[in-house]
Design a protein around this ligand. Structure first.
Ligand code: ATP
Length: 296
């Protein structure tokens, strides 16, 4: 039989994959379940080769649901494995993001890293609303229109401007309650209801407006600008973290960093890394709890 180069690659890849699966499951309950499955499959093939019709039919029915059962049983391991693959890819990108690649990416972005109309409008409107203690909640989303959240409010699809933002949040405006969503230099919607953070560690002085801003950034890659009605203070919220007392220059800089296309890829990778880290911690916590449960 002729052995091709691709057969060697094929076998090596399967070997690496099996080794990774073994490493992942070593010492865990999943390993025992996996061995049980291997034994079961072995028994099935034995029964089949001995042509024991009735038993092999019954076992084949059980096997047909086997893949689904494996996915359910090993959901944690599969999740961990995929997270590890994603982490390796992001590490690879970091290691290889050399100047040539960066300059290529910059060219791809057509130099769109300049000031966007949303940036000026939001900074100026926030500054004025801060002086007049007008409460505001503005969600800047660079990647999506946030359709689900937008549909909880009134759809506008208006070109973003300082005036439109100020008239939305004007105290007597019928649209002033809730949040505004901005995407692609358009006001997608107003009066939107954001998910409120359930973080119990947040300081008690944070009311619903600030909690909604934090909650929104915990689950999406957005930047939220909050103007407090009580104090007039402007805050920026990103990745569940809130920053107060920022100068206008700093607000402008952070908005620019978020909106500029040049930084998008880096930010996306950071976001993915954060999610991966959180997920891995969760998986490890679950595994620890399971282990403790099985020993007690
Ligand atoms: N889930 C939500 N999504 C969007 N907006 C919300 C949400 N919950 C509350 N708000 C907005 O926040 C306003 C209430 O703010 P509240 O006074 O409770 O918060 P705060 O964080 O103390 O803000 P402020 O400093 O402006 O008083 C509401 O009138 C509404 O406009």
């Amino acid at each position: 039989m002729e052995i091709r180069l691709w057969d060697i690659v094929d076998i090596s890849l399967v070997a690496v994959l099996l080794y990774q699966v073994y490493k992942l499951m070593k010492g865990s309950m999943a390993m025992r379940v996996f061995l049980g499955f291997v034994f079961f499959y072995g028994f099935y093939f034995l029964v089949k080769s001995l042509q024991m019709e009735l038993l092999s039919n019954i076992l084949s029915y059980v096997m047909s649901g086997g893949i689904l059962a494996l996915i359910i049983l090993f959901q944690n391991e599969i999740r961990k494995f995929l997270l590890m693959v994603a982490k390796s890819m992001s590490d690879f990108w970091h290691r290889n993001s050399n100047p040539i690649f960066r300059s290529f990416y910059k060219n791809q972005s057509n130099g769109k890293s300049g000031t966007s109309p949303s940036l000026n409008a939001v900074v100026e409107a926030a500054r004025e609303m801060s002086f007049s203690n007008t409460g505001a909640l503005i969600v800047l989303s660079k990647n999506s229109e946030l359709r689900m959240i937008a549909s909880s409010g009134d759809l506008l699809d208006a070109k973003v401007s300082k005036r439109i933002l100020m008239s939305i949040f004007y105290k007597n405006s019928p649209l002033h309650d809730g949040a505004v969503i901005i995407h692609d230099d358009r006001v997608v919607a107003a009066r939107c209801i954001l998910p409120v953070s359930e973080n119990s560690d947040l300081p008690a002085q944070f009311g619903l407006r600030h909690r909604a801003a934090i909650g929104m950034t915990e689950s999406s890659d957005v930047l939220v600008v909050v103007v407090s009605e009580e104090t007039g203070q402007i805050s920026l919220v990103r990745n569940g973290e809130i920053s107060h007392n920022l100068s206008v220059q700093e607000i402008r800089r952070r908005l620019n960093a978020y909106l500029s296309t040049e930084n998008n890829l880096r930010e996306e990778i950071k976001q993915v890394e954060k999610i991966i880290k959180k997920e891995l911690e969760e998986v490890e916590k679950e595994e620890k709890e399971k282990k403790e449960g099985s020993t007690s």
